[in-house]
Design a protein around this ligand. Structure first.
Ligand code: ARG
Ligand code: ZN
Length: 467
């Protein structure tokens, strides 16, 4: 790993401190802290996230020039040390780091792969809140996922689209890139005049000068880094409010306006339906970003404002809106738990159909169970994907939804809706694991035995015996 020095660090080096980065000891020779870990031991993405601190807020000031594909950024990261720290890591893939300060003092830093190691001038003490500023620039990368799909910073016809599930956010800002560390965000993006920048949360202001426009977006509720987004390009904007007063901000690529008009008009209705079924909407605004089909290979439930590459169908809209409760507000503790996101969002599609004159969830379940040709559905158990390349495969979605349907059949509709609403309420704006979920279900229906459902449907290999 290279050790980079900005001017103040040369002074620190003169004082005999430079080598301490490598030794990871204190400048004064005494070790008060140990380095935070380079990952949080995620079973599927071991390098994702970092140990030793907990981020409360990201303040990202970005400027993007689509012609040069050039991003300039300053990230101010406010975090609390969860241990004494002599050094800590941030995740950042690509880009050039121009300088790092911690609490206003120049810090030493080094890079190796996605790990940006920061050695603050002064050791950090457990419990202390500290501010790290990272200045960076360059051409952001696109990341190819283990499953072959693309995420990160995706160039589009007239701008770019940032998608982060599971680990792509580190291509456009440094941070603790794991769902277990959620934070508030302020994201300001400056783009050439005529283009727009759309992000999560609410648009606080928009100012134009010298041929450039700056958009300031504020996300107050905790957000996992994989749900952060920026869309730069030409967009037609529609602002409205739902009956209950929730602001709706929709940005649509001009080529998709006609094709998406009818489905996007359903956003308020879908939100109201989801509130009836899942409980109060967990965020301060909603909306959508509709790009072009070629922008990405999938839709993503980016917080507040899901991204759709091309006009979505109603099922996909329902799916991504349901994720606002299941995934975005109640967020998996690790990438092993993606079924807690995808099974709920898929089951929401089944419920929507059932409630809107389509097949009952039972019928959807039966059709899946009986489809002998659908081998992919039984490839592995929903709660134990067989590898990082499988965390978004059919067992996580449809077979996971079948688990939820089994629970519903076991407890009846009243208790089932109590469970799915209570689950969203109990872990609102937090994190939860599969073990938390099974314990929660058992607590809500103490007279029922879920052993068989967990064993055969959630954790069992292969297709369970006929229900
Ligand atoms: N969570 C997205 C959905 O709503 C899918 C993300 C797929 N990402 C990937 N890397 N394969 O279904
Ligand atoms: Zn999904």
């Amino acid at each position: 790993a290279h050790v980079y020095r900005s001017a103040p660090i040369v002074r620190a080096a003169a004082a005999g401190c430079a080598l301490s980065l490598l030794a990871l000891t204190g400048c004064d020779g005494g070790v008060r802290g140990t380095p935070g870990g380079a990952g949080v031991r995620d079973p599927y993405f071991p390098r994702a996230g970092n140990g030793g601190y907990d981020v409360g807020h990201y303040d990202l000031t970005l400027a993007y020039d689509p012609d040069r594909r050039h991003l300039t950024g300053t990230a101010v990261i406010t975090a609390r040390a969860t241990q004494d720290l002599s050094a800590f890591n941030l995740d950042l893939e690509g880009l050039e780091v121009r300088g790092v300060t911690v609490e206003g003092k120049a810090a030493l830093f080094s890079r190796a792969g996605q790990e940006l190691t920061v050695r603050p001038h002064d050791d950090l003490v457990k419990g202390e809140t500290f501010r790290t500023t990272v200045r960076y620039a360059g051409r952001p990368r696109t990341v190819v996922d283990p499953d072959g799909s693309e995420e990160g910073w995706l160039p589009t016809a007239d701008g770019a689209l940032a998608l982060g599930e599971p680990v792509g956010s580190m291509t456009w800002f440094p941070g603790n890139n794991h769902p277990s560390d959620k934070a508030a965000y302020d994201i300001s993006v400056t783009v050439p005049e005529g283009l727009r920048a759309v992000s999560n949360g609410e648009l606080k202001n928009e100012t134009t000068g010298k041929g450039r426009t700056t958009f300031r977006w504020h996300t107050a509720e905790p957000m996992a880094s994989y749900l952060a987004t920026v869309a730069v390009g030409r967009f037609e904007i529609t602002r409205s409010t739902t009956k209950s007063g929730l602001p709706v901000y929709v940005a649509v690529d001009p080529t998709q306006v006609k094709a998406s008009r009818a489905v996007l008009a359903k956003i308020p209705e879908v939100i109201e339906w989801a509130e009836d079924n899942f409980g109060p909407y967990p965020f301060s605004s909603t909306g959508a970003v509709v790009g072009r089909d070629e922008d990405a290979g999938y839709a993503l439930e980016t917080q507040n404002r899901p991204v759709f590459p091309g006009a979505p169908d109603t099922g996909t809209l329902v799916h991504e809106i349901a994720h606002q409760w299941y995934g975005n507000s109640v967020t998996p503790r690790s990438w092993r738990d993606t079924w807690l996101n995808e099974a709920f969002a898929t089951y929401a599609e089944w419920l929507w159909k059932e409630d809107n004159g389509g097949d009952s969830a039972q019928r959807t379940f039966d059709a899946l169970y009986d489809d002998a040709g659908n081998k992919a559905l039984w490839a592995f158990p929903p709660a134990r994907p067989s590898g990082a390349e499988h965390i978004f495969d059919p067992p996580v979605y449809a077979r996971g939804a079948m688990v939820l349907h089994k629970i519903r059949r076991a407890v009846g509709d009243d208790t089932f809706y109590d469970i799915i609403q209570g689950w969203a309420a109990t872990h609102r704006h937090g994190n939860a694991s599969t073990a938390d979920f099974t314990a929660y279900v058992e607590k809500k229906a103490p007279d029922k035995d879920f052993g068989g459902i967990w064993k055969d449907w959630l954790y069992g290999e292969g297709r369970p015996a006929r229900p």
